[in-house]
Design a protein around this ligand. Structure first.
Ligand code: NAP
Length: 256
């Protein structure tokens, strides 16, 4: 019997998990992407693209596609789709399990200023002009227009369009991780950066900027993670893959 699995993705781990599970002949895996990135990395498994239309839309999809297991492997800051996933699983009775990458922890030498939101991050930059590296998504950087006195170095996967309406020189870089610490150090030094604004994404691919900031004694304005729904979860691709069979058992056998 083939079990159908829907993986909500948009992360490296989702792609890795989809690849791992689709190697099993008893599983039919579909990966779902929001469609934000213009040229997404090839996923190597059957993929659908675009929103479902909220929690209800996702519930309808789960029923119509006769999904047996929903895996939320979205980014830790993608709080809306995670909430929708928990809601749709509850509504349909489809089991859900989440892949939740642990956040980075502060270590000796880190100079983190913790804030709740991107708007708060703009505020803590203060009044005096600074040279800030914004390692944020292109949707989030618009919030910095209210602080045009700073110089911004903005790195994103897709171009920021429209560009920020700030008079000072703003530099745009297009790049996709993983990044190396030596390169991040060189980047921060060559642009004279004195503050890095970052999400606490966790994982290895984008940690190098945090390590580089620590090595150079540069402040990091760290935007805290949003609160996510409380569903069964694993921290790694391997541990989640090992849980799949348990969640595919009929509810009575899972002790539900
Ligand atoms: P979000 O605010 O949580 O979701 C907004 C809407 O986008 C959702 O309500 C849903 O639309 C649609 N959506 C999100 N993920 C989807 C998926 N995997 N498949 C189908 N529809 C999806 O999400 P976001 O922060 O904009 O992130 C969008 C995507 O980029 C996510 O898949 C996430 O994994 C990835 N990503 C996000 C970040 C980040 O920092 N936020 C970083 C790296 C990658 P409907 O309500 O219409 O279903």
């Amino acid at each position: 019997m083939t079990h159908r699995i829907l993986i909500l993705g948009g992360t490296t781990e989702a792609r890795q998990l989809a690849g791992k599970l689709s190697a099993r002949t008893d599983l039919a895996v579909t990966l779902s992407l929001a469609g934000r990135t213009e040229n997404p990395v090839a996923q190597g498994v059957p993929t659908r693209v675009g929103g479902f239309g909220g929690g209800d839309g996702l519930a309808t999809f789960l029923r119509e596609a006769r999904i047996d297991l929903l895996i939320d492997a979205t980014h830790p800051y993608a709080a809306q789709i995670s909430a929708n996933a928990a809601e749709a699983a509850h509504e349909t009775g489809v089991p859900i399990v989440a892949l939740r990458r642990p956040g980075w922890l502060q270590t000796v030498g880190d100079r983190w200023t913790l804030v709740e939101t991107v708007t708060d991050a703009v505020q803590v930059l203060g009044i005096a002009p600074r040279r800030a590296f914004l390692a944020l998504g292109r949707q989030e950087v618009a919030a910095f227009e209210v602080a045009p006195q700073h110089h911004y170095l903005i790195r994103s996967v897709d171009p920021v369009d429209p560009k920020l309406a700030v008079p000072n020189a703003t530099t745009y870089l297009l790049a996709r991780g993983p990044f190396r610490e030596a390169d991040e150090r060189a980047l921060l030094e060559s642009h004279g950066i004195d503050v890095v604004v970052s999400k606490n994404s966790g994982g290895e691919a984008t940690y190098a900027k945090i390590a580089a900031a620590r090595a150079l004694g540069i402040e990091v304005v760290m935007i805290r993670r949003p609160v996510l729904p409380n569903v069964a979860s694993a921290e790694t691709v391997e541990s989640l893959a090992a849980m799949v069979d348990h969640f595919l058992k009929p509810a009575a056998e899972r002790g539900v």
